[in-house]
Design a protein around this ligand. Structure first.
Ligand SMILES: Nc1nc2c(ncn2[C@@H]2O[C@H](COP(=O)(O)OP(=O)(O)OP(=O)(O)O)[C@@H](O)[C@H]2O)c(=O)[nH]1
Length: 602
């Protein structure tokens, strides 16, 4: 397997929207090249995290090396580098694309191009990858390959006259795809004489061997036993093991420029071997790292508090463990007067946040209260200091601050024409700035808006899906910070200010948000033996006020009388609810209340 001619290597990835068939096609390619026998293919090989499968998304990238004897009689090595399918992980996508010379653009022929596909195609074009369009699912009766070809040409400007018609499910077009990879994707450059530079495109933590790093050798070569340096961190390690992914790990002695592989070097945490970093030799280091490295920055923050204060230590341990395998996750202890001890955690985006929460609860058996997500505000104080504020309750009073800036994103949407109205309305209510709209063939439209990230992280995606009956897709990218008239909205429950419910909102929306929020809280907080006032305030000015009436005797009587099954059900419901309650003073507040802000539109 060693000493492959560089001219016979092809490195490629697959760009596809969720559900357009990337995993199915990848499996087919592995099968067709005999890399994995059909009977071994119990499950899809490329995405294999449990949560991933359940949610039908690709979170972690992986790679597979295939040997393929082409029609010209020559043996080729094809390295497939998988990319995560979600915008939260777009930096990782960009790094895995940089590791390739070409990409298959897989589009469902019965659906057409979606927003997420676009983002990744543009990334690939930016890095000069050869793109091979593949229209998948042509076995479906609703497939319209000609329409979808026209759509790809129109939106992306990619020539589709030679697009491959395929069905990953039925195995149609798979051979043609392999031949196209060999003939259209350029081989890597011959740079084996240069000092080693290898690009890390993924890594994961293994409790026995430490971090396993996936990399593409860009220049030079690397051997088992070599002492390597990671150029961003400056740390050095000795390679214990190195090899290729076929798709399981197969150890080798050496890898050359153009090849893709893995290594283990007793690295303790993935944060020490970050995606995008350059591996070089400690003895003969390269003069420059590979371009494009940035540290993944958390964009969305929330508070995580154990329902049971005794679980604080367990929560810290669980976060430490998750962090070993997730360089983008950040956490810091936080003390809240309402919630007690917990952690302020930072995530790449909402999906990343949900995944971490779910893993904490599922894999570590923790009961958590999660506060509403917040973005990072940039605040300039009157003294001229610039502070990054990721916790709204730490925003200082107006007289101490000069200005508050918030992150903005450009949101690209693709939707059937009939939903343009509802989507524009959604963007408008979210302080969106209209940028562009283009009608495509067959009644589909692209829509571009600029929006504050804060308005996007609060269930924008769910709203987009529900207003378009699931047909619209979206993608967003950061475009920078902008100043606006932002104020701090405080919530008081039973006259106690609740720091975990503090929000930063636009002044023009503050009244409506405050009003809606107290009404929602009234709905969500159960009745108590006493009257519970709920108020929203800006500074010392109360802008909305409600109260939850006290439980009356006859209500109680009704609960305790009646037939036994009804009583049981009540008790069960109480028991279920109990797990996710937090006491604020003498008031029991359910988890849903802390997320109420996400449900103001519904
Ligand atoms: N009819 C038909 N169905 C297909 C074809 N290819 C994939 N599918 C089905 O489409 C669904 C999605 O396929 P996947 O391969 O999981 O899609 P994916 O793009 O990998 O999805 P993510 O991993 O979520 O990005 C599955 O139910 C597949 O069985 C095809 O060629 N024809």
């Amino acid at each position: 397997m060693t000493d492959v001619l560089v001219s016979r290597i092809r490195n490629f990835s697959i760009i596809a929207h969720i559900d357009h068939g990337k995993s199915t096609l990848a499996d087919r390619l592995l099968q067709e090249t005999g890399t994995v026998a059909a009977r071994e293919m119990k499950q899809q090989f490329l995405d294999n995290m449990e949560l991933e499968r359940e949610r039908g998304i690709t979170i972690k990238l992986q790679a597979a090396r295939m040997n393929y004897t082409a029609q010209d009689g020559e043996q080729y090595v094809l390295n497939l580098i998988d990319t995560p399918g979600h915008v939260d992980f777009s930096y990782e996508v960009s790094r895995s694309l940089v590791a390739c010379e070409g990409a298959l653009l897989v589009v469902d022929a019965s659906q057409g191009v979606e927003a997420q596909t676009l983002a990744n195609v543009y990334l690939a074009l930016e890095h000069n990858l050869e793109i091979i369009p593949v229209l998948n699912k042509i076995d479906l009766p609703g497939a319209e390959p000609e329409r979808v070809k026209a759509e790809i040409e129109e939106i992306i400007g990619l020539d589709c006259s030679n697009a491959i018609l395929a069905s990953a499910k039925e195995g149609i077009g798979v051979h043609e795809i392999l031949e196209s990879i060999v003939h259209l994707v350029p081989p890597p450059q011959e740079t084996v004489e240069k000092p080693l530079r290898a690009l890390i495109f993924d890594s994961y933590y293994d409790s026995y061997r430490g971090v396993i790093v996936y990399f593409r050798v860009m220049d030079g070569n690397v051997k088992k036993g070599d002492r390597v340096r990671l150029m961003a961190t400056g740390k050095e390690y000795e390679i214990d093991e190195l090899g290729v992914l076929s798709p399981t790990q197969v150890p080798l002695d050496e890898l050359h420029a153009g090849e893709v592989g893995y290594l283990a070097a007793s690295i303790k945490a993935v944060a020490d071997a970050r995606v995008g970093d350059t591996i070089t030799l400690a003895a003969q280091p390269a003069s420059e790292p590979l371009p494009g490295y940035t540290e993944a920055k958390p964009m969305v923050f929330c508070g995580l508090f154990p329902t049971d204060a005794d679980q604080f230590g367990d929560l810290r341990e669980a976060l430490e463990r998750l962090k070993l395998n997730d360089a983008a996750l950040s956490y810091e202890p936080e003390t809240s007067s309402a919630m007690g001890f917990g952690f302020r955690c930072g995530f790449l985006g909402l999906l990343h946040m949900e995944i971490v929460q779910e893993r904490l609860e599922r894999e570590y058996d923790l009961d958590l209260i999660v506060t509403a997500p917040s973005v990072v505000y940039r605040v300039t104080t009157v003294k001229g200091e610039v502070l990054n504020i990721d916790n709204p309750s730490t925003l200082m009073p107006p007289q101490e601050r000069e200005k508050v800036e918030e992150p903005y994103v450009q949101v690209d949407m693709i939707t059937p024409e009939e939903f343009v109205g509802p989507l524009m309305e959604l963007c408008q209510t979210r302080r969106g700035i209209f940028k562009d709209m283009r009608y495509l063939a067959q009644g589909r439209t692209t829509l571009i808006y600029e929006l504050p990230l804060a308005e996007v992280v609060t269930d924008f995606f769910d709203q987009l899906k529900s207003r378009s009956r699931g047909y619209a897709s979206m993608e967003y990218q950061m475009i920078g910070y902008r100043e606006d008239n932002l104020v701090r909205l405080d919530i008081m429950i039973n006259n106690d200010p609740v720091d975990a419910l503090v929000m930063i909102v636009h002044r023009d929306k503050a009244y409506n948000v405050g009003r809606a929020l107290v009404e929602k809280l009234k709905e969500l907080i159960p009745r108590h033996q006493f009257k519970v006032p709920i108020q929203a305030a800006i500074g010392s000015r109360i802008i909305a006020s409600e109260h939850i009436p006290a439980l009356r005797k006859d209500v109680l009587a009704k609960c305790y009388g009646g037939d036994i099954s009804r009583k049981k059900k009540l008790l069960q419901e109480q028991a279920k609810g109990k797990k996710r309650m937090k006491s604020i003073g003498t008031v029991e507040v359910p988890q849903s209340a802390f997320m109420a802000v996400l449900r103001l539109d519904s």
